[in-house]
Write a protein that binds this ligand. Sequence first.
Ligand code: HEM
Length: 368
Amino acid sequence: TSLPDYYRVWLDLANNLTHLIESHTLRDLVHKMPVLSPDFLIDHRELRLAHLVLGFISMGYVWQEGQHAPAQILPKALALPYWLVSRRLGLPPILTYADSVLANWKLKDPTGNMDLIVSFPGGESCRGFFMVSLLVEMAASSGITGALEVMHAIKTSDLSGIQKGLVKVTQSLKKMKETFKLMHKVVCGLNCFRWRDNPMLPRGLLYEGVSNEPILLSGGSAAQSSTIQCFDALLCIQHEDETGSFLTRMREYMPPAHRQLIETLSVCPSLRDFILSHSSSDLCQAYKSCVSALVDLRNYHLNTVAKYVVVPGNHARAMGCPLRGVGTALNETGTGGSSLMVFLKSVRNTTQKALILERPSASKETEM
Ligand code: HEM
C-alpha cells in the first residue's frame, strides 16, 4: 500500500480519486503534476502498486467528463512513467484485471477482512465488482494447485494422483461458481475501460512523451483472468477462430508469470490423450466432472452477463457506475468481431464438447 515518499503525489491523487473525478478537478491536478522517474521503485510490489495507481489515475483522467468526452491525450507526467513501469512489469500501460482486482486489495483488519486500495466513483457496486472478482480468484487458487498436481502425476503415470488433482480442480470450480453468486448483490462491469473497440476513442489514446501515434489497448475485463485459461489448458479445451484469438490476445494483459503458466500447461503432455490411452473409468469420470463444473461456471457467467448487461441494455450506467459503457460498447462492436453472447456461447460450447471423450479418428464405440 505504500511507495517511497517521492511518489506521494501519485498516491494522493489515487487515494482521492472518487472525489477528484466527481468534482471534475482531477485533470487540472494531473496537468500540474511533475514528470517523476520510476527509477526509485525497487521491488515487484512497488512496481505493481505504481502500475495500479497510474492506471486508476489515467482512467479517471480520460473519463472524468463522462463517456462522451474522453481525453484523447494522456499527459506526459502520467504517460511516461506509466509506460516505463509497464515495460519493467511486462504489462501494457492500461488498467488491467491484474491491477484492478489482483493487486488492488489490502487487509482492513488483522482478522483478514479486505478492502480495496483504489476505487472509482460508483460506491458499493463498483467496490463489490472488484471484491467479488477477487474472491472468485481466491476460490480458484486451490484449483491451480490441483492443475499442477495433475501435470506432475501425468509424468509418473500416477492415476490416483491425477484423479485427486482433478477432484481438487472440480471443487475449486464449484466454489468459484458459489462465490460468483455474490455478484448479484453488487453487479457492475469493467468494459468501458477499453479504448480498443471503444467507439468514443476510435483511434486509441495518445501517450504524450512516448509515441506520436495513438495506441489501441483493450481495457480491464475478467477475460484477462488467467485462472480459467489455466483450466482450459489443463483440460485441453481449445477455443478456435475469433473466440480463441480474443482469449489469446487477453494473455497480453496478464502478468508474464501467469501467461507463462498457461503456456506451460498448454505444452505439457495432454491430459485427454493420457485418459484416452488408459481405460480407467474413474479417471474418465473425474475428467468429465471437472469439465462439467467448468461448463456450469461458464453458463452461470453467461446468464449473469445476459441478465445484467445484455437485457437491460446498460445496467452499469443505470446504477450510476463510472465503469459505464459495458452494454453499449459490446453489443455494438462485439468481442473480437462477434457479438458478446455469440462469443460467450461459443466459449461455453467448446467447453461442453470436451465432455465427449473419444479419439479424434475413432468410432463411437470408443466413447466413454
Ligand atoms: C457481473 C459481472 C461480470 C460481467 C458483467 C462480466 C462480463 C463479461 C464480458 C462482457 C465478457 C466478454 C469479454 C469481454 O469483452 O470483456 C466476459 C468474459 C469473461 N469473463 Fe466476465 N463478467 C463478470 C464477472 C466475471 C467474473 C467474476 C469472472 C471470474 C473471475 C469472469 C470471468 C470471465 C472470463 C474468464 C471471460 C472470458 C470468457 C471465458 O473464458 O469464459 N467474469 N465477462
